[in-house]
Ligand binder design. Sequence first.
Ligand code: UDP
Ligand code: MG
Length: 235
Amino acid sequence: MVELTIVVPIYNEVENLERLYRAVTDAVQPHAESYEILLVNDGSSDGSYEKLEELAGLDSRVKVMHFEKNCGQTAAIYAGIKHANGRYIATIDADLQTDPNDIFTLMPYMKDYDFANGTRVRRQDSLVKKVSSRIGNGVRNWITKDRVQDTGCPMKLFKREVGESYVLYEGFHRFLPTLARMNGFSVVEVAVTHRPREYGASKYGVLDRAFVGLMDAIVIGWLHKRSIRYKIRGE
Ligand code: UDP
Ligand code: MG
């Protein structure tokens, strides 16, 4: 079993792939004895396919999966998690808005926690995005009865048991810490760095997330309320 799997969902990120590979490798190599970079191509049509194949050909630690068509970010992350060989699984976005070095800001917390969620303390996005995200986090926490500051932060690290416990539906990648807690795992939030997107474009507008995100939160709230939790006497 490898020590660490880095899962990256990729949809039309061709300008980012080379630098992503270099940044992740530079960050991980000094720390992890064995690792794999699992790049999940969510049906890109911009040349990401060819670039990913090239990277996989150069380095056996790079594993690529190509979806037949675009299935969404949750599907890409889910496929990555379910195919990961690592004892620990890190997720990041392809755009390098979070710094792969922060995987090792989170790693020490694996001693006492099962899931470490990054918090983008100085978030480098547009004001509209920051405000909508803050409102989104507030509404999500209110509905799901959780208290996650930055559930959408792409930088996360968790134990493989957490990944094994997930049953995800489209949109659920925004609730991974809450779902981990619901499945009985401990969660910690840790400040990480954030930078502006340098290449490529964001795949989301503000409004496409607002309404669907609200519906998703209601579903998660319902799942939380209806979760079955029992303990057998004497066990
Ligand atoms: N992504 C994906 N499938 C999609 C949309 C996005 O795999 O249908 C990937 C994208 O390539 C990136 C990550 O998910 O690595 C987050 O997307 P983006 O950076 O556009 O979102 P933002 O950070 O702007 O919220
Ligand atoms: Mg991004």
